[in-house]
Write a protein that binds this ligand. Sequence first.
Ligand SMILES: [Zn+2]
Length: 372
Amino acid sequence: MVDLTTGFSRRQFLASTSCFGAFHAIAKFIPLPALAAELAGDSRISQGPFVDKGFASVRKVGNGLYATISDTSKGFQTTCNGGFLVGKDAAFLLEGFASPAGASFQLEALRMVSPVPVQGALDTHYHFDHSMGNSFYGANGVPLWAHAATAKRMVDAYAPLQGAEKETVLGPFEKRVKDAKYDTERAHAQSDTDAMTSIFAAANASILSLPNHPLHPAALPFSIDLGGLTAVLESYPGHSGTDIVVRVPEQNVVYTGDLLFHGLYPVCFDQQATISGWRQTLKKFAGFDKDTLFVPGHGQVCGQEGIASIREVFDDIAGQAEKMYRAGVPVEEAQHRYVVPGKFKSFPIWAWGFVIGPAIAKLYAEWKAGQA
Ligand SMILES: [Zn+2]
């Protein structure tokens, strides 16, 4: 992959595989937007959350369906969104979150609405902010479900950071700041350094706990019956190579994990992220029922307008990248030249080299390979 990691060792490259830390650096001061006005009249959604801890709140989004929505301006215990599904016989939890405190909050919220046994908890993918709280589930006897590749990806990405010398991990990032040839490049490099600093700290503060209920893509889609409530687990390409979504077809509700970022730029750095694959996935989501409710991996609950919006973001990145590609702009430079258009000015970019840079590098690589 031609990208900002060029020149880094493999160990350092693996070290950069998380979208957690950048929240500390940038999203800290950006509060969660309110629920969109178009959803105000939707009878599936309760207008207020029934519990709000600041860093996350939980609201009803369907019959037996709940969304845990994070607000990183108030804390990082959860950092990503999650939720839970409650049937007559059992409940199913989504996400391990960024810390055991986040997972604990979600189980507490479930217990406010139902005493049924928990069938399992799902990491929608391996990324840090969705899996570092897994140990809470382990300690509470909750089986942990995830894409079959998740356990290995967690170990490969985060174990090398534990006990590593901070300077070894951050040195290459700091060098990029020092060597930057112009201000934009320096600002981008600084945002990446801030992100990596937080990832390093968080990985060292966490105990890795691996899923014990692997979901093999060949066995998906897979239905779970919670008693009067059926959910379907499906896998789609795009964000991380380990992405699982949870659909409740009878109610047109979908928990997307990080295949949907709503109101933020999508994080594209993963070595297995595929821009063409992700755009195809979003096209499929756009084909779901027009009244589908989406619980995104990050950002507020939304309807089809959320899918339309992230597709527009990808169109814009690809449009600008293609012009540069055709004009012969080298990829190293093109990664820094993307200009955020007025309509997406309010969309946070967690760290340039985890979001925009790799999206452009991957598009270049796809065009070179003749895939897109
Ligand atoms: Zn992610």
